[in-house]
Write a protein that binds this ligand. Sequence first.
Ligand code: MG
Ligand code: MG
Length: 267
Amino acid sequence: MGYSTRRLDRKPTIKSELDLQRMRDAAKINVEVLQTIWEAIKPGVTTWELDQIAYDIIVNKYGAVPAFLNYPPGSRHPFPATITASINEELVHGIPSKKRVLKDGDLISIDCGTIYKGYVADSAFSKGVGQLDEEASNLLRVTNESLDRAIEQALPGNRVSDISHATQKHAEKHGFNVPRQYGGHGVGKKMHEEPHIPNWGKPGKGLRLRPGMTFAIEPMLMAGTHETEVLKDHWTVVSKDRALNAHTEHTVAVTDNGPEILTLWDQ
Ligand code: MG
Ligand code: MG
């Protein structure tokens, strides 16, 4: 789930080795959810069914807590599901529904967060349903590459906007856009910690990265305009021109040995 403030310089919490171990435990559960949903995605399946898979693993199998369900606390319109499922022109925060049936050629993005023993893991993938056309498969490939490029910048001594810049540069090189108000975030005991990590910007700005910082890095790529709007359901973010979008995300720790991807799995 993305985060939308504009401050790059607010201090994140620094995690101890024990904190990181607990985040790895949360990440393992989150990975199992995403892998299981990945296998279940096919034409004819509803996004509500995918949501049930996530709830069942997080709550019934592990006794963990879905980070997105009823988020944010106290909101008049809390998010009503365990995953977000965003299809085609939907960029992020799509609400799962029994009426939403996957079709051949859809490009779907699934985002999930798990809280386990007080620590959060947050990650997302995009996938084609059946066969994608050329534009969609190109967008999907470049989105995944953008995540790799962004994560490579999560190094001690770099700054927050080095991550942002890597995403924007790779996206635009391939003719795609990035949203201006949605991006990644610090993550740990809370899902949304400081700092905000935009998907765009000049390099070398904001907070300097240190070992023990943990971030949810989440490129969002748009085939058309970078402008977005939120639908009447209060959550679903779509591109203004209804062009195709994709989103991918990992929870990553900055370490002396380079970025550690806590939510890594083989897609
Ligand atoms: Mg997320
Ligand atoms: Mg996130």
